[in-house]
Design a protein around this ligand. Structure first.
Ligand code: GLC
Ligand code: GLC
Length: 803
């Protein structure tokens, strides 16, 4: 069953009923100011950091799930309704939510009045703008009372939801005409304030939430709205809000446009105040002046649209597969931008208060983003590398605002360092910018420790080489990619973190997965060294790659698939010798991509993977699921069977298998797996899948779960980047390389060819792939041997590939 449809021409997903199984959200903002917005207009905003600069309040685990957020009330006679259904919950005569790229539109109608609400964060401004167009289609005059309301968060989202003995004393606002300024803590150490404003004289306001709502009431039925009034309350502590009221009379056929603006401002210390404890509002005034008229708003929306047109035109495909085209050309790339911006910080499932930017997560997110805005990828690589330690190990996470490593979680995730090699090599292949390797980059953000970025990569590689266990395989540390396979944890204390506790440091547990990563990215590092003339180093690294590859062949191959690990007692994990968890997905993906054991082992590993781990929605993490808790395995065995790392389809690593199929040239296998969980392909199972049909989720419950097929944790997942890599570089086969653009598709038999367009190093490549007898590559009319289109200085290039 579906709850809407794709409008490909408009690049929108159109939701046609408000009662989606879960809030279906969108992300607004491209730079500093970000908002999450659901299909019923819920959500929240923050500036750069969802923990430290939360602008509006959101209650996770609220009932109903999505209450509060952007509250609009339209009072018409006895009826009060909201354009996006919530919070008023009055049944509407018409409802649509159109989620577009960086904006969302809500179209509601009731009793002859229509409301079209368009919400976006315009580029180059720290402000969300909400355009509300009311139209009287009833044939008679309507006297409406309209409210726009927002609830402030007291900046630090953790304190805001915990430290009430303080919070309920500090809230402060200023009111100036139709603008409410939120200035809690500005009087002392904060240099920032927020505002909510409408571009018309208001007929009343409230800034104290409990006065506005009234006792025993929630957002669906505020007292002020019921009485069609405002109390003019001025917040003093408690919960400050901005509730703006306008009386709007519309003659038959008449319409009226209002612009509500939610902004964030920082002032330098010497310019904080206009008078004693009165904020300097100059910047806010300028921001409001820039969005005073509908024309200004429409121009900003047009700019955003054309920004996205340009970005998405960097890679496009036209094929016989409408759903694949839709994912590649629009939604998958859009999600790559969102994961680049958010890492795993702020969604409806990630509270924005815990994990900030993940080291491995952000490195992997870059793989699907680097072609969009390489300059931002470059900056990110340096930020990430700056939390690495001198011995090559690294903090696992950092806070986006401070860019400092998160000491609570610390380090010891032994796959982390190698992801830096992966994303840096991808960046250089995309851009040809070797100068990034010379960029002075500190360790642990300490001034004075800067070394060229290349040195960071070198230490990443040597960290793996020098941290090996009894079988010559890389030590796993606290965990590798699979955060929940905690082989050195041995936790028996409830509530203890599986990732950070240290009850038992065996110094023995090893990861075949990291070995696969090392073979793949070690080779890439060696190739990079050769490029920059470091041939001796390249040879040394290749020798280590050879050693680890041999260790995998001897100790990592189980007969029909790759093993996963060795535990603290040197026993294999992911082996037929185990009662449960006999096979895991990760090493099948990485060892096959790395070419360990060649196509023969590759095909056998993939056949076992499909046979033992395959289900209708993809490949499960492991099989059989763990049915009881084992302290020597850690968090993985804490999840009920079929959920999360214990045997769900963890969408993130499914594209590794797709790429593994491409490695062994099995186009049918690659495409078949791709379609099993690509959102557009499973749109018609939305009542089972439950999360948004236009973005990937982290997991889909496995066969052993009570809710097989149900997805969880939409949006912030490495699935976005890896799926884009799998489809664009694997199935469609367009791969940037140092010397040119490789075109090496691995199409299923059901596809006869496709047309691709790729902007690469300043040249637009228009590529036609078709099947035929005269196989080979023709570039601008000339046959080229191999599958790499050499670099050219011309702005465009016509390519024909016959496969
Ligand atoms: C989550 C984490 C990621 C980890 C994965 C598997 O997606 O963000 O870092 O690799 O889970 O445990
Ligand atoms: C990853 C895993 C999750 C685990 C978490 C710990 O996100 O997916 O299961 O609880 O890491 O940080």
């Amino acid at each position: 069953m579906k709850y809407g449809y794709f409008d490909d021409a408009a690049k929108e997903y159109v939701i046609t009923r408000a009662d989606t199984p879960l809030p279906w959200i969108n992300y607004l903002g491209s730079d500093g100011f970000f908002s999450l917005i659901s299909n019923t207009c819920g959500g929240y905003s923050f500036y750069k950091d969802a923990k430290l600069r939360r602008i509006t309040r959101f209650r996770y685990n609220n009932v109903p799930h999505d209450d509060g957020g952007r509250c609009f009330y339209i009072c018409d006679g006895d009826t009060v309704w909201s354009p996006a259904f919530l919070p008023a919950k009055t049944a509407l005569d018409a409802y649509r939510c159109r989620h577009g790229l960086g904006y969302s539109v809500f179209e509601g109608a009731k009793n002859g009045v229509s409301a079209a609400l368009t919400v976006t964060v315009p580029m180059h401004t720290d402000m969300e703008v909400q355009k509300l167009v009311l139209k009287n289609e009833s044939g008679e005059t309507k006297a409406l009372t309209v409210y726009g309301v927002t609830e402030w968060c007291l900046w630090n989202a953790v304190d805001d939801s915990t430290n009430f003995q303080r919070n309920w004393n500090i809230g402060e606002v200023e009111i100036e005409g139709g603008t409410v300024y939120h200035k809690t803590e500005y009087r002392e150490r904060r240099n920032h304030y927020a505002f909510y404003s409408v571009n018309a004289p208001v007929d009343g306001f409230d800034t104290d939430r409990d006065t506005f709502l009234g006792r025993f009431r929630g957002w669906s039925e505020p007292q002020a709205v019921e009485l069609r009034t405002s109390f003019g309350s001025v917040a003093a502590g408690w919960a400050p809000i901005a509730a703006l009221r306008l009386n709007v009379t519309l003659a038959a056929g008449e319409s009226r446009t209002l612009l509500f603006r939610l902004g964030y401002v920082e002032n330098p210390p010497e310019k904080k105040f206009a008078a004693l404890n009165v904020i300097n509002k100059e910047k806010a005034h300028a921001m409001l002046a820039a969005f005073e008229t509908e024309a200004q708003f429409d121009a900003a929306l047009a700019e955003l649209r054309s920004y996205w047109e340009t970005l998405l035109s960097r890679f496009t495909v036209q094929s016989s597969e409408e759903k694949l085209d839709r994912m590649v050309n629009i939604w998958n790339q859009y999600q790559c931008m969102v994961t680049f911006n958010m890492s795993r910080s702020a969604s409806y499932y990630e509270s924005g208060t815990g994990r900030g930017m993940g080291f491995r997560d952000s490195c992997q997110d870059l793989l699907g983003f680097v072609h969009l805005i390489p300059e931002r990828a470059r900056e990110r690589i340096i930020d990430i590398a700056s939390i690495q330690f001198a011995d090559g190990s690294t903090y696992h996470q950092y806070q986006p605002l401070t860019k400092r490593g998160n000491a609570d979680v610390g380090s010891g995730f032994n796959d982390d360092p190698l992801w830096l090699v992966a994303c840096t090599c991808a960046y250089i292949r995309e851009t040809g910018d070797f100068s990034i390797l010379d960029e002075p980059t500190p360790f642990n953000n300490e001034t004075g420790t800067e070394v060229p970025l290349l040195e960071h990569l070198r230490r990443s590689v040597s960290y793996t080489v020098t941290h090996r266990g009894p079988h010559g395989l890389p030590l796993i540390g606290r965990a590798d990619w699979n955060d929940c396979l905690n082989l050195n944890c041995f936790s028996l204390t409830p509530g203890e973190s599986f990732q950070t506790c240290s009850n038992f440091e065996s110094g023995k547990a090893e990861s075949v997965f990291i070995a696969g990563m090392f073979v793949k990215y070690g080779k890439e590092y060696a190739a990079l060294c050769d490029r920059i003339g470091l041939h001796t180093e390249a040879d040394e690294v290749r020798a280590s790659v050879g050693e680890i590859e041999r260790a995998v062949l001897i100790h990592g191959w189980d007969g029909e698939w790759f093993r996963r690990a060795y535990d603290a007692f040197e026993r294999p994990i992911g082996s037929r010798k185990n009662a449960e968890g006999q096979i895991y997905i990760e090493p099948q993906g990485f060892c096959v991509m790395a070419g360990i054991g060649g196509a023969d082992y590759g095909r056998r590993a993939l056949a076992s993977t499909e046979k033992l781990l395959g289900n209708e929605f993809g490949i499960e993490v492991l099989h059989p699921c763990y049915t009881e808790y084992h302290d020597y395995l850690g968090e993985i065995s804490s999840y009920p069977p079929g959920y999360k790392e214990n045997g769900s389809v963890f969408c993130h690593n499914n594209p590794w298998i797709t790429l593994a199929y491409c490695t062994v040239k099995d186009g049918n296998g690659a495409f078949d797996l791709y379609t099993r969980n690509a959102p557009a392909y499973i749109e018609d199972k939305s009542e089972i899948h439950r999360t948004e049909p236009y973005c990937y989720s982290q997991t889909i419950a496995g066969r052993d779960a009570k809710t097989y097929g149900e997805a969880k944790n939409a949006w912030l997942t490495g699935t976005a980047a890896w799926s884009f890599v799998a489809v664009s570089q694997g199935i469609l086969g367009v791969r940037p390389d140092y010397d040119g653009l490789i075109v090496d598709p691995c199409l299923p038999d059901s596809m006869d060819g496709c047309r691709l367009s790729r902007l690469f190093r300043g040249t637009r490549y228009d590529i036609t792939v078709r099947r035929g007898a005269n196989k080979g590559l023709v570039v601008d009319g000339k046959a080229v041997s191999g599958n790499c289109i050499p670099l050219t200085s011309s702005p465009s290039c016509l390519v024909e590939l016959t496969i």
